[in-house]
Design a protein around this ligand. Structure first.
Ligand code: 6GU
Length: 245
């Protein structure tokens, strides 16, 4: 169940950090096959031009179609999948979520097309839809200068869900968002630090009381910080004890 990931960018060095940590280890162990491509390798002029002025006027530059079609055609020709998923990072995309990370982790081949400037000529996305499943994706409601940082976040979120990448699969089950709630607070030794005590319930050895306390802290924290997540809960996501019955 290996996942192949290709990233196309005009700043391939940005993605060098994907050699580090858990994702780098997964690559070395062959669980994840990741290649980063320089879009400028698909240009043919002396200046390796990837952008031009926008039709209709306006600020900034737009990425030209030709280098993209050439780069993506090359990647497509090497694909193990009949119709790889093309993720196009964009603040105008659908918001990336943990559910989407799980969905992407099931794919055989993911391709990330990092735009810069004001974006990629729209016809590239139309053309690409004939060869890929095209998915514009945003990290959230703020603007980055390009897709590279977003791709780092998405590759890490997806990569850690590939079987074998995270050593202890329990840590995937317990973490934030897996049950629709934020995580409970955690503590380690010493039991007293800076005049602050670890909540006594955690030292009690009473596993049922600890589980109840942690769940209440999750609910309290989620209601305070992310009321939108509370609204999204289905009745079946709650335990009768969550409601005090
Ligand atoms: Cl995926 N790309 C860019 N350029 N800006 C963003 C983003 C993506 N997500 C949030 N802001």
């Amino acid at each position: 169940l290996k996942v192949r990931i290709d990233v196309v960018s005009i700043f391939p060095e940005y993605l060098a950090a994907l050699d580090l940590s858990l994702i780098g280890k997964a690559r070395r162990e062959g669980l994840l096959e990741l290649a980063v491509h320089d879009l400028r390798d698909s240009t043919h002029d002396r200046h390796r031009t990837v952008d031009d002025t926008p039709y209709g006027g306006g600020a900034g530059m737009v990425m030209k179609p030709q280098p993209w079609s050439e780069a993506l055609t090359n990647i497509r020709s090497q694909s193990p999948a009949p119709r790889p998923l093309l993720v196009v990072p964009s603040p105008a995309g659908a918001v990336f979520t943990q559910a989407m990370a799980y969905e992407l982790a099931e794919k055989e081949h993911l391709v990330f097309a990092c735009g810069r400037y004001e974006g990629i000529d729209e016809r590239v996305l139309e053309w690409a839809a004939e060869h890929f499943e095209v998915r514009p994706v945003s990290l959230g409601d703020y603007v980055l200068n390009g897709g590279e940082v977003a791709v780092m976040a998405m590759v890490e979120a997806v990569g850690r869900l590939v079987p074998g990448v995270v050593g202890n699969p329990e840590s995937l089950i317990e973490e934030s968002h897996s049950d629709g709630l934020l995580e409970y607070p955690v503590y380690t030794k010493p039991a007293a630090w800076d005049g602050r005590d670890v909540p006594e319930v955690l030292l009690s050895g009473n596993h049922a009381r600890i589980a109840r306390w942690r769940r209440d802290e999750q609910l309290r924290r989620t209601a305070a910080r992310r009321p939108d997540l509370i609204s999204d809960l289905a009745i079946d996501d709650l335990d009768p004890a969550d409601l005090g019955v």
